[in-house]
Design a protein around this ligand. Structure first.
Ligand SMILES: [Zn+2]
Length: 233
């Protein structure tokens, strides 16, 4: 399992990978899960988490970088089984109450076709068990009552309510604001608003983080992000 550690001892584990990534952020006895994958992967996700946290611990909070089905299909299960608090953007709260967040537009020729088909298939194929968001965030959120050096920044573009979690000012968990599956490109194949997403890349670069962990694929470093920002200007 891939893992990272910040200078101050925050651990990040990639507890699920394949179709989409989920990450566990651990510090002391607090555990935050970032994204939850699809229902098919629930057991695999629990196994990944169980190999790290002790029986006495639980997932205190689920942070959803956004609410597309492949990131949030298990969110309501964590609340039901572990009493986890769910944090996500207020811009997506209408969708989560319905259990469906529309598929964004394609950014590349092939993904434009997939997006059109996906939009036609709709919630029957790309829905999820509906849930309400306990902590609705907009642009920023500091985890003051959590006693952890974490913060949320809004990084819209892929979806209106895409957010990123900044861990200890070093590592950013960015959801689908960037993709780690192509060589030398971080452009997500889907985005509601490409220009906004490019602005979000600049915002993430400005956080000073050295690493960016995406919702799909491998890690993106500061140098690659800088080169991509340079390319769009
Ligand atoms: Zn997405």
């Amino acid at each position: 399992m891939k893992k990272w550690r910040t200078k101050n001892g925050y651990h990040i584990y990639r507890v699920l990978t394949g179709r989409s990534n989920a990450y566990l952020v651990s510090y002391g006895r607090k555990n935050i899960l970032v994204d939850t994958g699809t229902s098919n992967n629930y057991q695999r996700l629990l196994k990944g988490i169980g190999s790290i946290i002790t029986h006495r611990e639980r997932i205190d909070m689920v942070v959803l970088t956004h609410t597309h089905f492949d990131h949030c299909q298990n969110a309501s299960r964590f609340r039901r089984d572990q009493g986890s608090i769910i944090l996500a953007s207020s811009y997506e709260s209408v969708c989560t109450k319905e259990g469906f967040t529309p598929i964004p537009r394609g950014t590349l020729p092939y993904s434009k076709i997939i997006s059109r088909v996906g939009r036609l298939l709709g919630s029957r194929f790309f829905g999820y068990p509906h849930f309400s968001i306990d902590i609705e965030v907009e642009d920023k959120y500091a985890f003051n009552d959590f006693d952890m050096n974490l913060r949320i920044v809004s990084t819209p573009g892929h979806s209106a309510g895409s957010i990123s979690l900044i861990v200890d000012n070093e590592i950013a968990l960015v959801g689908d604001a960037m993709f780690g599956i192509f060589n030398n490109s971080i452009l997500p194949p889907f985005a509601d608003d490409k220009q906004k997403m490019f602005e979000s890349w600049k915002k993430l670069y400005a956080t000073g983080c050295r690493l960016f962990l995406p919702g799909h694929g491998n890690i993106i470093d500061k140098k690659l992000l800088r080169s991509q920002i340079y390319k769009i200007n």
